[in-house]
Design a protein around this ligand. Structure first.
Ligand SMILES: O=P(O)(O)OC[C@H]1O[C@H](OP(=O)(O)OP(=O)(O)O)[C@H](O)[C@@H]1O
Ligand SMILES: Nc1ncnc2[nH]cnc12
Length: 173
């Protein structure tokens, strides 16, 4: 089985949960995909592949982005920077506010993201693009640069690609 076969299979492992977390939302649940060793490895490898050698650290978005970012960091021998929901970091150094498909939120980063760092931003889902755009602002606020962005899923019809045109995504739903 090739890596492409594994990614095709990964697509079949996404569970759609209707009306979660609120009525009208078709929630794309990646839990079954994460539980499958081959699918998980193939997806993380394919997410980082276009950016090989071009980043120093992987920044992962809370919460589901952490799961993929941690794997991506270890796989590529990079450091890991958590971009946390506001109020969770003991010593935040910068903050960005944003709106998403079902609410609004803020994210923060610590001073461990430093000036000059080249950052690969990793998340599970691209929907409206609000989260990823906020992550880009946060990276810039620290004087670091975005080397690339990768998401496992891209939700069609929510405009995320218009907001962050260069994002690399694996599976469109
Ligand atoms: O493109 P956007 O419209 O910004 O939406 C994408 C974001 O929405 C979800 O985060 P959420 O904070 O809902 O959930 P989580 O804490 O479970 O990861 C998802 O994990 C992405 O981070
Ligand atoms: N419909 C959706 N399913 C899973 N994660 C999401 N993040 C934003 N919208 C989402």
């Amino acid at each position: 089985m090739t890596a492409d076969d594994d990614i095709l299979r990964a697509r079949g492992l996404i569970r759609v949960v209707h009306d979660h977390p609120e009525p009208g939302i078709a929630f794309q649940d990646i839990t079954p995909l994460l539980a499958d060793a081959r699918a998980l490895r193939a997806c993380v490898e394919a997410m980082v592949a276009p950016f090989a050698g071009r980043f120093d650290v992987v920044a992962g978005l809370e919460a589901r982005g952490f799961l993929l970012a941690g794997a991506a960091a270890v796989l590529t021998g990079s450091g890991l920077i958590p971009l946390r929901k506001a109020g969770r970091l003991p010593a935040p150094a910068a903050r960005a506010d944003y709106v998403l498909e079902y609410g609004q939120a803020s994210i923060e980063v610590s001073e461990d993201l430093g000036a000059g760092d080249r950052v690969l931003v990793v998340d599970d889902v691209l929907a409206t693009g609000g989260t990823l755009a906020a992550a880009h602002r946060l990276v810039a606020a620290r004087g670091a640069s975005v080397a690339g962005s990768a998401c496992l899923l891209e939700l069609d019809g929510l405009g995320g690609r218009d907001v962050v045109p260069d994002v690399h995504t694996l599976i469109g739903v």
